[in-house]
Write a protein that binds this ligand. Sequence first.
Ligand SMILES: Cc1cc2nc3c(=O)[nH]c(=O)nc-3n(C[C@H](O)[C@H](O)[C@H](O)COP(=O)(O)OP(=O)(O)OC[C@H]3O[C@@H](n4cnc5c(N)ncnc54)[C@H](O)[C@@H]3O)c2cc1C
Length: 289
Amino acid sequence: MIHDFTYLKPSSLQEALSMLAEHKDECKVICGGQSLLIIMRQGLLVTDYLVDIKHIKELDYIQFDAKAGLKIGATTTHHIIETSDVIKKNYPVLAAMENKLASIQVRNWGTIGGNLAHADPAGDPGPVLVALNANIKVGGAQGDRTMALEDFFVDFFETALEEGEIVLEVQVPTPEAKTGAAYQKFNLLESDQGMVAAAAAVTLNGGGTCKDVRVVLGNAGSKPIRVKKIEELLTGKGYNEGLFAEAGTIASEDCEPVSDIHASEEHRRHLLGVLTKRMLKQAWEQAKG
Ligand SMILES: Cc1cc2nc3c(=O)[nH]c(=O)nc-3n(C[C@H](O)[C@H](O)[C@H](O)COP(=O)(O)OP(=O)(O)OC[C@H]3O[C@@H](n4cnc5c(N)ncnc54)[C@H](O)[C@@H]3O)c2cc1C
């Protein structure tokens, strides 16, 4: 049962921030409610006030400029991202990931800001956006600040958001020429959260060696894990199946997956190795093409 609360519906970002500043830790932001309402119904979260930001138009946008990159407002839904022409063209891995996130009902109502703020280690957008080197802009009554998305995730369901702050925008740089990116989650139901997941982004030099690479694991610990040892292993090297296999081994070791009813820790480590190798190959092939 959901405990009683007062529902507040600000008509602007400014008003929402004032409400959050006034009610401090007695209030919580709600956007699509796809995650929040579940934990409220389970009694895991009790709050006196809910500040509904879903209808704040100034947070609902997708902007792209080849120099400035991509900006996605926090209340943009997964479905709008999935079907955006500019995202499909310039960040196909992002659109493809969104297409496999939950059901169409959840994608129609759940938002990118809500997904990232919820910080579920099994969330799909986190690993892909960290692999794409995204930043996140957050803001409160005292002003805005921007940080690497990688630093935004702190622990299981915990972020760097301070009291009274909300997620405003996700920023993704324009991929360099000769960049490829791939993401896959392993799940039993097509549109469910992954038991584990891996994202890879590869940028090649003119000669075909690796200029830059990022591998980010999902549901492999308390937050998306960037495997820097793989970056060190592959940077400067050419396409090499043996190195991809080595990278897979590193990924399966350099993580902290849990055992639960869905899979054992050992099985998760195995899957992370397989997915890492596969995503690296896919991203590399794309970068070449
Ligand atoms: C059946 C089902 C299947 C799902 N499958 C997947 C899946 O396969 N992959 C996946 O990644 N996710 C999955 N999800 C999770 C879903 O993507 C998220 O629930 C959704 O994106 C959260 O967005 P929301 O707007 O509904 O957030 P809400 O539920 O409204 O809020 C979630 C949390 O974020 C906070 N919050 C919301 N917006 C902001 C903001 N702008 N600033 C600060 N805090 C904010 C809230 O206070 C709350 O703590 C699934 C959910 C369901 C119900």
